[in-house]
Design a protein around this ligand. Structure first.
Ligand code: ZN
Ligand code: ZN
Length: 226
């Protein structure tokens, strides 16, 4: 299966398009060769998910061309991810900002490649270490956010975003927390809604630091009641 373009990759791709007059760039152009090489060097898509043609010059060139087609006809090309349109809409009036982000990624490439998956700072207080912490957060982001709209308040302290920040639209406040203990995470597990609670960032941070790990019956106990 082909790996979908990620946000970081689309930023780099659109920046190349913007920097070259938003025109078709052929697979043997310097810009496409550079971009293809960069996308192959960056550790965004796991090696195991890459096929032989991963982000090769032909693929990168045609992906950007399909996006240009979408712009021209104001219609999403069937073979292009929605993420292209989303990021384009975000930055079409501010290509300078997009360029700054792309430049920062390019500038830090050597550092990014040195910071491996599961670097020590990713442990974030987890006594189980960086790898299981990273996995915990990954599952929260990949699986838990689909349930975010169903609750309005923190499952522990009951704080509500609209009580603190008013009715700001699109403000993300509550986060999914995976109740499955890090030591029980397993590849064959299905992460159903019952495994998650929505919490505020403060309560989430506390849940990550205290042990024994709190389950569905005990998580509320972390609140000190007078
Ligand atoms: Zn809370
Ligand atoms: Zn969590």
């Amino acid at each position: 299966m082909r790996a979908s373009w990620t946000r970081d990759e689309v930023i780099l791709g659109l920046d190349v398009l913007f920097s070259h007059g938003r025109r078709h760039l052929s697979m043997d152009s310097e810009a496409i060769i550079d971009l293809s090489n960069l996308l192959n060097r960056l550790p965004i898509i796991p090696i195991a998910k890459r096929n032989d043609t991963f982000r090769n010059t032909a693929g990168v060139s045609s992906q950007l061309s399909r996006f240009l087609w979408s712009l021209k006809y104001n219609e999403k090309h069937a073979n292009i991810g929605r993420i292209f349109t989303i990021i384009y809409e975000e930055y079409k009036e501010r290509p300078g900002e997009l360029h700054e982000i792309a430049q920062a990624i390019r500038r830090n490439e050597s550092v990014i490649r040195q910071v491996g998956f599961g670097a020590s700072e990713e442990a974030d207080g987890f006594p189980e270490g960086a790898i299981l912490c990273h996995l915990h957060r990954h599952l929260e982001h990949q699986q838990g956010f689909q349930f975010k709209n169903r609750v309005a308040q923190c499952a522990i302290c009951c704080v509500r975003v609209d009580h603190i920040y008013g009715s700001l639209p699109n403000v993300q406040f509550l986060e999914p927390h995976l109740l499955v203990p890090p030591t029980e995470i397993s590849p064959d597990m299905t992460y159903v809604e019952e495994y998650f609670i929505m919490v505020c960032p403060n309560c989430h941070s506390i849940l990550h630091q205290i042990r024994p790990w709190r389950n569905r019956k005990t998580y509320v106990n972390i609140l000190q009641t007078l």
